[in-house]
Design a protein around this ligand. Structure first.
Ligand code: C2E
Ligand code: CA
Ligand code: CA
Length: 724
């Protein structure tokens, strides 16, 4: 079982898109825009150049048309006019009286010269064979006309007007007519040429228009295409990035941003991928930290309750292991030693569990978690309780070797609370939730510690007791308020004089339905639930009231009230006791406070300080149940106590146990060495009394001398006391 679902790492697939026909397409947005705009500008330039070139060409054509063709046409037209005009001039010449003939000649000559000039210039500007033929005929006609005109002029000079008229009509006019005809043909020809030219020019115009329009359409189409392509090539990858960012925001780190063909976007994508991996790694680290204990690297309490942590075979057993004396070790040997001890316990327990899983003693998915301080939980599947107890032995063997740290050699001592879901071979046995297994194991651990045995299984009886205690606790408040509690006093006697030296106050609870409830039954739970303060307060009040009542006759008697560790944890406890003593008017030294040795060792540093505060009030202090804790002599020396109460377990059958006698002697000598009064608790037989007297104990308390007393019996005992 791995209680930590490992978050999947980002896949590292090669996602570069396959290269294909569009390899030419630039991979950078900058280049793409440059390409798009470059192609557009190039197309515009080509269209512009083409337009300029064509306009230039059209201008040339127009110019040629205007300078060449039109002039020629005009010349041909002028030729026709001159040809017509020369006929009329000849008629005027024939009809003119002799004295006017010179002017008429001049006119005709001018006209002839002009005709010659025109023919000559036309000859220089010929374009095709037809025109050449035309001109040739024109020149021939001109020669015929020149000859006819010369003959006609001769007739006019000869005064033969009739002959002149005849020549005019028969030769000059037909020659001129032919000339006119030819020049008209030329004119016609020129007109046709011009029309053809105009047609061609028109076509050229149309072509240029089509060209420019075509180029423009092409440019627009290309611009649209490039625009769409560039936009899509940017928007598409950006949308991919956006989707990727949303995926990352949603906690999906498995997919990488795919590579596109756009460098800038790819760089962002690459950065996103790097970021995703970093975030995923960090999240894995955070999850690991959240579910692991930094000191041992083991899963922590939260890991045990991870949803889906037990996907396969759910575990049916939980072993809670508690490292003894950790607090005291931390205080006395230092936290480094404490940490080493925790690490060693973790390592050894894990190894034992792994080996047991490998051997098939327990299921393969076994896990050790550190819950807090020196508390560990092993959770696994086991076929039966025998397997779990075998595992317990293996773990214990693993803890055998002492741990060496900072020059100290410390034994690892563990208490175990075991809980299971019932016999797994029984069909009805349902796997209990981990929370229930853990709570049951805690209860079992408590009873193991209370009974001072190595391990305890959680049982139905414990469960019933737990439920009973829970309902008892709810009654306890009521008990204090409605006087169901009683204070019983057990006298203590000096072994030397036999006289009563004081009493111990013991609480009793007359429950309305359960009758008598032993303090051993409710005090430990009242301590756990924090209700004990109420009880202590009530007992202090009763004790002080009784002391006040005793004062006139027996001011030497003291009452010792049991104080719980929970009371000591209350900051104002010493002040409260001081106030109560003051209010009662009883001398502080008449009230004793008993504090158990194990309670002191829970938090030694704090305890020392608090005991000093209590001592300052003037109240003597006793160490209760001495011998059951682990206090060292060095530690005891620091405590401002005046009495050691040797635990009942040492006194029981003391006369029959030489080993225990040595222990009691040592404890007594140690107490005396520290100037403490030594009391033996639970003295039941005469033999025990003799034994403790021989061992040097000062005070005895027990059924032999007196049971705890109350009411009438207490009064009888008190009245029988010798006057002091
Ligand atoms: P403890 O402080 O060690 O008290 C002595 C216990 O031993 C008492 O049991 C007493 O009745 C019993 N005892 C006395 N002489 C003998 C004997 O000769 N033989 C045997 N077998 N027992 C003897 P009790 O009254 O049942 O108290 C049990 C424990 O409950 C006490 O042990 C003490 O730890 C706790 N307790 C009792 N009263 C109070 C109280 O008012 N406040 C707190 N915090 N604890 C109390
Ligand atoms: Ca006591
Ligand atoms: Ca005791």
């Amino acid at each position: 079982m791995d209680p930590i679902p490992s978050s999947p790492s980002a896949s590292v697939a090669d996602d570069t898109p396959p290269r294909g026909w569009s390899d030419w397409w630039p991979q950078r947005i900058g280049w793409r825009l440059a390409l798009g705009f470059g192609v557009l500008v190039a197309l515009m330039l080509v269209a512009l150049a083409q337009a300029i070139f064509q306009i230039h060409h059209i201008t040339g054509v127009t110019q040629r048309f205007a300078t060449g063709d039109m002039q020629r046409l005009l010349r041909v037209q002028a030729l026709s006019l001159q040809t017509e005009g020369v006929g009329n001039a000849l008629i005027r010449l024939i009809n003119a009286p002799r004295e006017n003939r010179v002017a008429e000649y001049t006119d005709v000559d001018d006209r002839n010269k002009r005709i010659d000039g025109m023919v000559e210039s036309l000859a220089n500007d010929l374009h095709d064979d037809d025109q050449e033929q035309n001109l040739k005929r024109l020149v021939e006609c001109r020669a015929a006309y020149a000859e006819a005109f010369s003959d006609t002029a001769d007739e006019i000079e000869a005064g033969n007007t009739a002959g002149a008229w005849k020549l005019l009509n028969e030769r000059v006019n037909p020659a001129l007519k032919t000339m006119l005809l030819e020049s008209n043909t030329l004119l016609q020809h020129e007109r046709q040429r011009i029309e053809t030219r105009l047609d061609e020019a028109q076509k050229l115009f149309d072509q240029v228009a089509v060209w420019v329009a075509g180029m423009s359409v092409l440019a627009v189409a290309l611009a649209v295409w490039l625009g769409v392509r560039t936009t899509r090539s940017v928007v598409g990858p950006l949308a991919k990035l956006e989707r990727a960012a949303q995926r990352i925001a949603g906690g999906d780190y498995t997919r990488r941003v795919p590579m596109t063909r756009t460098q800038e976007v790819d760089r962002v994508g690459q950065a996103l991928n790097t970021m995703t991996e970093a975030v995923a790694q960090r999240e894995r680290d955070i999850v690991h930290q959240a579910f692991h204990d930094p000191l041992t690297g083991l899963p922590n309490r939260a890991a045990l309750f991870q949803p889906g942590a037990y996907a396969g075979d759910p575990p049916n057993c939980l072993a809670l292991m508690d490292l003894a004396r950790l607090k005291a070790i931390n205080e006395t040997l230092g936290y480094t030693t404490g940490d080493t001890l925790i690490q060693q316990t973790a390592e050894r327990a894990s190894l034992a569990l792994q080996a047991a899983a490998a051997d098939g003693l327990i299921g393969p998915q076994a896990v050790v978690a550190r819950l807090s301080g020196g508390t560990f939980a092993a959770i696994f599947r086991a076929p039966n309780r025998a397997a779990v107890e075998a595992l317990h032995e293996r773990i214990e063997r693993g803890m055998d070797a002492p741990v060496h740290c900072s020059g100290h050699s410390v034994d690892l001592s563990l208490s175990y609370g075991l809980a299971d879901s019932g016999d797994p071979s029984v069909e009805t046995a349902k796997a209990l939730p981990v929370g229930t297994l853990l709570r049951n194991a805690e209860i079992a651990l408590h009873s193991a510690k209370r009974a001072a045995i190595g391990f305890a299984w959680h049982s139905e009886a414990q469960e019933a007791a737990r439920l009973g205690h829970l309902s008892l606790l709810s009654d306890l408040r009521q008990a204090v308020a409605t006087s169901q509690l009683q204070m019983w006093l057990q006298p203590k006697f000096s072994l030397a004089t036999g006289r009563a030296v004081g009493t111990e106050a013991l609480v009793r609870w007359q429950h309305p339905t359960r009758c008598f409830v032993s303090p051993a039954e409710f005090v430990p739970f009242a301590e756990q639930a924090g209700y004990i303060t109420m009880v202590t307060n009530w007992m202090l009040e009763q004790a002080l009231r009784t002391l006040a009542a005793w004062a006139p006759t027996h001011p030497e008697l003291s009452i010792a009230v049991n104080v719980s560790t929970r009371d000591l944890q209350h900051k104002g406890f010493a002040d409260r006791v001081a106030r109560m003593i003051e209010a009662s008017g009883v001398p502080a030294k008449r009230l004793r406070l008993e504090i158990t040795e194990s309670g002191l060792m829970d938090d030694p540093a704090h305890s020392v300080a608090l005991l000093h505060a209590l001592r300052e009030i003037g109240t003597p202090l006793s160490i209760d149940d001495f011998g059951t804790g682990y206090s060292s002599l060095a530690y005891l020396q620091k405590l401002p106590v005046s009495e050691l109460k040797i635990d009942r377990s040492f006194i029981d059958k003391l006369d029959q146990s030489p080993g225990t006698q040595k222990l009691v002697r040592a404890m007594t000598e140690m107490g005396h060495g520290l100037d403490l009064m030594v009391t033996a608790e639970g003295v039941e037989t005469e033999a025990e009394r003799e034994m403790i007297t021989g061992l040097g104990v000062d005070v005895m308390q027990g059924y032999l001398a007196s049971r705890p007393l109350h009411g009438e019996k207490l009064q009888v005992w008190f009245d029988a006391l010798p006057a002091s």
